[in-house]
Design a binder for this molecule. Structure first.
Ligand code: MG
Length: 253
């Protein structure tokens, strides 16, 4: 009996926790990922990220962020899952960027540049965004998407592990968008604090806190005296039924 309990109590080997609220959302996207990866490996189709880039090259209107976002959203709704913030949470992100009046923004996790485009599209001429992406291929695709949108001017894209890049950053940020590997949200937030990279009052916007049940991250920002934190319930990107949410925390108000 006790060994069964020990097994049950063992920490998940996944880089996130799964609970009753998140399991269906996770299973649904895992199923879509499995099918897509099978079709790609058996050469029935190109990798989905390349398919998206080709659609953007073919159909996007130049200098129109809206047209690129629409192509990406359509692909994710109609073909297969893409790990973008998506249209519903994307609107919340854009509203937060505008409300914060942030001038120096940091993004952790770029993927195809979807959220990057939403952030850049809300900046004025003197504001800027630095993005970190670990995957070289994703970074190359994102860069091309951003260029087609005409939004490259205020953007700097750094390719590599966030844990190696963050300690080398020299400026302070007043808005951080976190949407990379779920098991390093908290580690990277603490790194940003340690290296003095958060301005007083900085906004920290974390995606997928319900889908991936990010308990350690949420415990930290909700109990630390350094943050005032609020949760916004949403649906998972490109889903009409699976719950998700974003956590917006303000640093040392
Ligand atoms: Mg996300």
């Amino acid at each position: 009996m006790s060994s069964t309990r020990n097994k049950l109590n063992k920490k998940s080997k996944l880089p996130f926790n799964v609970n009753r609220k998140s399991i269906l959302g996770i299973l649904s996207l895992a199923y879509q990922e499995f099918i897509d990866s099978f079709l790609t490996k058996t050469k029935f189709k190109k990798p989905k990220e390349i398919e998206v880039l080709e659609l953007v090259r073919k159909n996007a209107i130049k200098n129109s962020p809206e047209s690129i976002l629409k192509i990406i959203d359509n692909y994710a709704y109609k073909k297969t899952f893409l790990m973008n913030i998506g249209d519903q949470k994307g609107e919340i992100l854009e509203e937060a960027i505008r409300d914060s009046q942030a001038s120096n923004i940091l993004e952790l996790g770029v993927y195809l540049g979807y959220s990057t485009i939403r952030i850049l599209n809300n900046l004025n001429d003197v504001s800027k965004l630095t993005s970190i992406e670990a995957n070289e291929e994703f970074a190359r695709i994102a860069k091309e998407h951003i260029k087609i949108c005409g939004l490259s001017k205020n953007h700097l894209l750094k390719v590599g592990k966030s844990s190696e890049i963050i300690p080398k950053l020299k400026e302070q940020y007043d808005f951080v968008f976190i949407d990379h590997w779920k098991d390093i949200y908290l580690k990277d937030l603490k790194l940003l604090e340690e290296f003095g990279l958060l301005k007083k009052g900085a906004w920290v916007f974390a995606d997928n806190v319900v889908l991936f049940n990010l308990e350690d991250y949420l415990d930290y920002v909700r109990t630390s005296p350094n943050y005032e934190s609020k949760f916004i319930p949403t649906l998972r990107e490109y889903s009409k039924s699976h719950p998700d949410g974003v956590e917006i925390s303000r640093y040392r108000l």
